[in-house]
Structures are given as C-alpha cells and as structure tokens.
Design a protein around this ligand. Structure first.
Ligand SMILES: Nc1ncnc2c1ncn2[C@@H]1O[C@H](COP(=O)(O)OP(=O)(O)O)[C@@H](O)[C@H]1O
Ligand SMILES: [Mg+2]
Length: 351
C-alpha cells in the first residue's frame, strides 16, 4: 500500500504476523478457515516464540471459547459494556479466520431487511427486470457465498423484526431470492459474529428464537491494574508506530490514570459516575496527553491528564463533576505523591 490511510483493517495492520502464522501453522483447520484454531488464538493472545504481539488483554479462555463457537453451527454473540474490545475482538477473529474483516453491518434503528439480504440496482432493474447483474449483495450474502465471517455490530439497535431476518439464514444456512427463483447456500467457513452493548439492551430485546442461534460471551471490563497499564502503553505507542515523531510516555502518569479508573469503577470515595470508564476511554486520554506533549514540546503532566479526563469523561454530565470532586476530596487528597493531580483536579472540579 503506497497511499497512506487513516486506519488499516486488522488484516492489513497485521499482515506480516498473519503470513507468519499461516506458514508456521501445522494444526487442523476447520473447513473454510485460513488458520487452525490454535493459530487464531496465538494471533489474538500473542506468542512470544513467534514474536506475535498480544492484542486482547484479558481472559484467554474467553478467546478460546469464542473461537470454538465460530466453528459450530451457532453464531457468536459478544455482549458487554461499551469499550471492552468486543468490536476489536470480532475484527481480529474475522481477519484471522477469514482473511478479511471487511464484511460488516453496523446495526442501527434504521437497518433494513435489504441491508441484511440484498437490494437492487434500480436503473438496471427497471431497464431489464430482475437479474443477477442487477443484484446488490449484502455483506451477509457475500459471506455466505464466499464461506467467510460477517460481523454485525450493535445488533440490539436493529428493530426486532429486522434482527429476526437472521433466524432462517442461520438455521437453514440458505438465502433465497424469490425474484430470481434461486437460493444461495452458504459455503463452509460462513458464520456471524455479532456484538451488543449491555447498556443498549432492552431497547430492542432480542427474540428468544434468535438468541438460540447464538452462543453468548460476556466480555468483561479489565480488572487488573498492571495489565491495563501495559495495554494502554502498548496501544498508545502503536498509534505512533508510523509517525515521524514519537512522544515520551510517562509511565507513572499512566499508572495514576489506571488507578483512578479502577477506584472510580469500584465507587471508591464517590457514587458511580454516569461516564463510561472503559479501557477505550483510558487509551484515548493517554493518546491525547501524548499528542499534547509532542506538539507543545512539553513533558506529559498531571494537569493535562486532568484536562483530558474532563474532556473525555464529563461531556454533558454535570453531576459527574460533583462526584469527581468528592473522589478528589476523599481519596486523592490523602495520596501525597498525587499532589499535582490533586491540584489540577481541584481547579477543574472543586470550584
Ligand atoms: N481487554 C482489552 N484488550 C485490548 N484492548 C482493549 C481491551 N479493552 C479495551 N480495549 C481498547 O478499547 C478499544 C475500543 O474497544 P471496542 O472494540 O471498540 O469496544 P466495544 O466494541 O466493546 O465497545 C479497543 O480498540 C482497544 O484499544
Ligand atoms: Mg463496539
């Protein structure tokens, strides 16, 4: 790729690793898969011997179960709070198993049956009537035809009758096109990985018929301070991998941020914040601090950290300011080595 792009898909970003894994892979491959199940796990959880980087930090057994689910007849449904790496995991799984993570439907209240099955090029349809040439294939259609994985993000945001279009697709593994009198039968390797945020649940509660077609995995919030710190440092460094100038990350400040998130998630010294305190937010805060430090040519500081926290977390939630003030007063004040952060937070939240 000579042209620069803003964000590479997983199979592009990790092309070298994937090629390496294919070459070293001697394990049995499920029909339609590019890699053996063991190699897929190595791609996601890392392998020191092959020099494969860890990408998902957390329970390796969860990754194993997810891989096994995809081999079976059922789809894989990953549920959890926002920012727990559900989308990231589904992209990595699709890239490793099918060689592409491109087949994707983003679920919204406006998702239609056509977007899940197929639609028509209307000019051609009007000119010549229905034909294969006039057919516009959905990502699900393409995945069935090519024996690949398709991802459906935020499935619970789709209206239930649209979600339920998947039921017969998943049980029959067939998509019929009555207009042409044909049916597409899925090739081995086809399956669906769906994600849903628990906070959205209930908006359009899934039907039990559809639930039965999926194996559910709950992706938890990381609860390990050391692991989360390592994850943040790795991911922020990775975001500067191709940059000409690289920031100097302050590991102690990252440690402080992780501890603050940990405290707030466990309601230490404050009632639960309305803000999402996921690892994704923590990564973004450190990334912003790193950008500030790089372009203003100053070291990362507790002040910047507090300001970026404010911008990322508070948004329009005035109540959260009071809660943060409470946390500062009850917890941060006592930690003498956090003085700079206390003062910065005080200026922002204890007015
Ligand atoms: N356990 C984790 N391991 C690795 N990265 C994580 C983890 N939890 C969160 N992240 C980071 O958070 C980002 C956002 O996650 P995303 O997949 O969009 O979350 P979700 O789909 O669950 O809302 C990921 O790209 C990754 O940078
Ligand atoms: Mg997501």
């Amino acid at each position: 790729m000579s042209d620069t792009i803003m964000r590479a898909r997983a199979e592009q970003a990790y092309q070298t690793e994937l090629t390496q894994l294919v070459e070293a892979d001697s394990g049995p491959r499920p029909a339609g898969w590019q890699l053996s199940a063991a190699a897929v796990k190595r791609f996601i959880c890392g392998d020191a011997k092959l020099g494969i980087k860890r990408k998902y930090y957390g329970d390796d057994a969860l990754v194993e179960r997810a891989i096994v689910s995809i081999m079976g007849n059922n789809g894989l449904m990953m549920v959890g709070e926002p920012g727990t790496a559900k989308s990231m995991l589904s992209e990595l799984l699709a890239a490793a198993i099918s060689g592409t993570s491109e087949l994707l439907i983003q679920g919204t209240a406006g998702t239609t049956e056509e977007q899940i099955k197929y639609s028509w090029n209307f000019a051609m349809l009007l000119a010549n009537g229905p034909s294969l040439e006039a057919l516009l294939k959905s990502p699900v259609y393409q995945a069935m035809e090519q024996g690949k994985l398709v991802r459906i993000e935020e499935i619970t945001r789709c209206p239930q009758e649209i979600q339920d279009v998947l039921i017969s697709l998943m049980s029959e593994k067939t998509l019929t096109i009555p207009e042409l009198g044909i049916a597409i039968q899925a090739k081995p390797g086809f399956n669906i990985i769906a994600t849903a945020n628990l906070l959205d649940r209930g908006v359009n509660e899934m039907s039990s018929a559809l639930k039965r077609r999926f194996n559910f995995e709950t992706v938890p919030v990381l609860n390990d301070v050391a692991l989360e710190r390592e994850l943040i440092l790795n991911q922020v460094n990775a975001r500067f991998a191709d940059a000409a100038e690289k920031p100097q990350l302050d590991e102690e400040l990252v440690q402080l941020l992780v501890q603050v998130f940990h405290d707030l998630r466990h309601n230490l010294g404050a009632q639960a914040l309305d803000a999402t305190l996921s690892t994704a937010e923590a990564v973004n805060i450190v990334h912003s601090c790193a950008l500030h430090s790089l372009y203003w040519q100053t070291p990362m500081s507790a002040e910047q950290l507090a300001q970026q926290m404010h911008g990322t977390l508070i948004k329009d939630k005035a109540d959260d300011v009071k809660k943060l003030a409470h946390y500062l007063d009850a917890v941060v004040r006592e930690r003498k080595e956090w003085r700079a952060f206390f003062n910065a937070g005080k200026a922002l939240w204890m007015k």
